[in-house]
Design a protein around this ligand. Structure first.
Ligand SMILES: [Zn+2]
Length: 427
């Protein structure tokens, strides 16, 4: 074997597991494998996980914070207006450079698959060309999936549908949309139909910004689910944000949840951004605005957490850390039970991998040797500590290394080493 990782804990709770890697794939997984590796790594009982996956991001806007000015109100709508001011000033090389820098951060965080929306409303499709180039450059270490996103509205922006089709022809992977931003509810529903029909005809996946609003009557998710069923696209469609569900009438939701489950539409919540942008018209009490995550999960719907924004017109923080995203999601959804916290870890790993349709994702023989060794014993501890990614492997090769977060103390009568982990032996 090229590499054997010894004594790992896995996200499913197994411990004392060895992982043998041959070439770019995992060859064997089990307790005390009787194989020798050219290289052996002792995980020391720590968590070895499949890599983090971000199901919802905007790589064309990332790291542009403050360009040309910061978002004063902090609202979604000022962010969209600000992005509109920035767009004509975008230069392809600078956009590529910012995206490449973000991808470096992502790798260091063990984030090796990202679905990024790319705005197609600018007729030059400069951002599309730039992100196609970024996708090509990072392919050896990140699976970058691109969504053709009509930020200014498919029907509201006169050239959006033409541009969206051009972007798909250029190689963009997924069909996007923004029905709640169209002029009317009827236009929103019409845009969902048009986009789903186009995607079905092209054999593509769909991922729409859907009902990113506090308006309880924003019900485009209903149309998205119904169209998915009508066109037989179960398992290939996602609704991103779905924040209006937070404010909907409970009786209506009791009908909606089974419809979403039946349609196989996945839900992608974006906790950092939803808790920041929603409820802005409220005084007090102020709504959280994130979609109904535990209820969707209980209904059998795939729910992922996305990062959405890092240092862009909508959000001035973030560093590509999906554990920070899971941490916020867990708090906003009040998913504090042990099993619930583990499901929040799944929401930044296995669930988005399924939504993206990643090939060979996981820790099993035959899977890609893409792995992260965390400075934590379990998914819950990883979330609690936003644990250091001690090693990140892509296709069997180490692509990032980081020290643990232990610190050295100089306090009289206290241990020198403090590492924030309970129950680990200290020397
Ligand atoms: Zn978004």
């Amino acid at each position: 074997m090229d590499l054997v990782i010894r004594n790992a804990s896995l996200a499913d709770g197994a411990s004392g597991i060895d992982i043998a890697i041959e070439g770019e794939r995992i060859a064997a997984v089990g307790p005390r494998l009787e194989v020798a590796g050219a290289l052996e790594i002792d995980a020391g009982g720590d968590l070895v996980s499949a890599p983090f996956v971000d199901a919802h991001f905007h790589m064309d806007a990332t790291l542009s914070y403050g360009l040309p000015r910061v978002n004063q109100s902090g609202t979604l709508l000022e962010g969209i207006a600000l992005w509109g001011e920035l767009k004509p000033q975008l230069v392809q090389e600078a956009l590529i450079e910012r995206a490449m820098q973000y991808c470096d951060w992502a790798v260091a965080r063990g984030l090796l698959a990202i679905r990024s929306h790319v705005d197609i409303c600018d007729d030059s499709l400069l951002a599309v060309e730039a992100l196609l180039e970024v996708r090509r450059r990072v392919a050896p270490y990140i699976d970058l999936q691109l969504v053709a996103f009509p930020q200014d509205g498919l029907l509201r922006s006169p050239t959006a549908f033409t541009n969206l089709k051009r972007a798909i022809a250029m190689g963009v992977d997924v069909v996007g949309g923004i029905p709640h931003f169209e002029r009317t509810m009827a236009d929103g529903a019409a845009s969902v139909k048009l986009l789903c029909e186009f995607a079905a005809e092209q054999g593509l996946r769909v991922d729409m910004h859907c009902d990113e609003s506090d308006d309880p009557l924003s019900r485009h998710i209903e149309t998205l689910a119904a169209e998915t069923l009508r066109l037989g696209m179960q398992g290939r469609v996602a609704g991103s944000h779905l924040t209006s569900m937070h404010s909907m009438d409970n009786y209506y939701v009791s009908k909606l949840l089974p419809l979403i489950a039946e349609s196989g539409v996945a839900a992608i919540a974006n906790p950092l951004i939803n808790i920041t942008l929603q409820g802005r018209h409220d005084s007090y009490p102020k709504r959280r605005g994130m979609t109904r995550v535990p209820e969707l999960m209980a209904a059998g719907v795939d729910v992922a957490f996305g990062h959405d924004c890092v240092m862009d017109p909508w959000y001035g923080l973030g560093s590509g850390d999906m554990l920070e995203v899971a941490h916020m999601g867990l708090h906003v959804a009040q998913m504090t039970g042990q099993e619930a916290m583990r499901r929040c870890y799944d929401a930044v790993t296995t669930t988005p991998a399924r939504i993206l349709g990643l090939e060979g994702y996981g820790i099993a023989p035959g899977c890609q040797a893409d792995l992260v060794l965390l400075d934590a014993a379990s998914p819950v501890e990883a979330i609690r500590l936003r644990a250091a990614r001690r090693l990140v492997l892509r296709r069997g090769r180490v692509v990032s290394e980081a020290p643990s977060q232990a610190a050295t103390l100089t306090l009289p009568g206290r241990p020198q080493r403090v590492d924030f982990r309970l129950g680990r032996r200290t020397e």
